[in-house]
Each structure stands twice: as C-alpha cells, then as structure tokens.
Ligand binder design. Structure first.
Ligand SMILES: [Ca+2]
Length: 227
C-alpha cells in the first residue's frame, strides 16, 4: 500500500499541479487526432485514386489497304464480316496484350466497316480499365497500336482467310491531320504528298518542317531545324 503510494507520488503530484493544463492537453490531443485523421483521409483518398479503376474508351479508324470492300460487310452475320472482325480483334488483342499496359486492356469491338477507295475501312472501339491518375492519351494508344500491329504484320501482308489480305494498315490520326502506314516496308510508306516523321507517322499538312508547330507526335518535324 505504502509502496504504491510512494510510486504514485511523483506522477500524481505532477498531475495535480498541471490541472489547468488539462484543457491544453485535451486540445492538443484533439488537434493531434484531427491531423492524424486528416493524413489518413488524404492517404485513403490517394489510395482510392490509384486503386479505383474506370473504363476508358478509344475510337480508332484504320484503312485496310489491299482488302476489297464488299457491301456484305454491313451485315455483321455475313461470313466476311465475321472472319474479318475476328482477324482484326485477335491482332489488336495480341498487339495490346503484348504491351506494357496488357493488364489494363479489356476489350476491342468493331463498330463499323466502310468503303475507302474500294478498300475496307474499319472503326473499332478499345476499352481499357485504368485508374483516375493514369489516363491514357490518344497518342499513347496509337503508339501502342502502331508498334503492336507492325510487329504482328512483320513486314508481310495480313491474311484474312478466304477473303483476301491486308497489305498495309493505315492508322488514321485522331486529329485527322496525320496517320500511320503499317505493313509491308515497300508499300507501307507515307504517300508522296505527305511528310514522314521519324516514328513513321504521315503528316498531311503542307510543309510541316520547321514551322515552330509540332506536327509529328515525336516532334521530329521540328527536331533538325538548327542544322
Ligand atoms: Ca511543324
């Protein structure tokens, strides 16, 4: 009993003398708690921004040079439409699942087929699942497609069994002023009246070189202007 009293002495005496500071102590504890929860809140917010993923859609249009257009493509149950869609989807899927963002790729669906100078034009929708903080730009997705499709074609035509082959895939730019030609090295080059960027992009604007406006996604049209 006495030991306990002695032991408690210093503690209880200091506690008694600081009775007015009880409020200050209480307040600082409150403030500490407030900041603690604030930090936790910010942390959880950031974590959610990283973890919560949402779907992002990209629409891309390609010209399939060498593959003859047929109106039956408008019927999605026709053999031509089914075969071509499956070829395109599998090539696009392979291109994207082999890339750095494979775990974010969700799906590709063919939205429409059209006729461009007698060849097939296809519009497809890509779906990615990404967090709010890592949204992709159109250029980024086009770059992935270009690299993936180039390696899928391997400089050779892409076969569409029973219906023909695709010599060159022209990836039309989202901006409409530039595009990529992918495929056979000999055929898949930019048309004569366009400018070829280092990354293979074709710019349709007249004289894009050294006009102080970046026209190529890689900036190569403005890169060698001081020389
Ligand atoms: Ca330029």
């Amino acid at each position: 009993m006495e030991v306990k009293k002695d032991g408690g002495g210093p503690w209880s005496s200091s506690g008694a003398s600081s009775a007015p500071s009880h409020h200050a102590c209480y307040r600082s504890t409150l403030i500490a708690f407030f900041f603690f929860f604030l930090v936790i809140g910010v942390f959880v917010g950031l974590l959610l921004a990283y973890l919560v993923q949402e779907q992002h859609y990209f629409m891309e249009t390609v010209e399939l040079r060498g593959l003859k257009y047929d109106p039956v493509l408008q019927d999605e149950n026709s053999g031509y439409s089914i075969v071509l869609s499956s070829v395109l989807k599998s090539k696009i899927k392979n291109a994207l699942t082999a890339s750095s963002i494979s775990q974010h790729y969700v799906d590709c669906s063919i939205v429409a087929y059209g006729n461009i100078n007698g060849d097939v034009m296809a519009t497809f929708r890509l779906v990615f699942r990404v967090s709010k903080v890592q949204q992709y730009s159109d250029n980024f997705v086009q770059d992935l497609l270009r690299t993936g499709l180039s390696s899928a074609m391997h400089g050779k035509p892409l076969e569409v069994p029973d219906f023909g082959e695709i010599n060159t895939i022209v990836l039309l730019g989202a901006s409409g002023k530039s595009f990529y030609a992918i495929g056979d090295e000999m055929i898949a080059k930019c048309p004569d009246n366009t400018f070829t960027c280092d990354n293979g992009e074709c710019v349709t604007k007249l004289n894009p070189e050294c006009d102080f406006i970046t026209d190529c996604a890689d900036g190569s049209d403005e890169a060698r202007c001081g020389e």
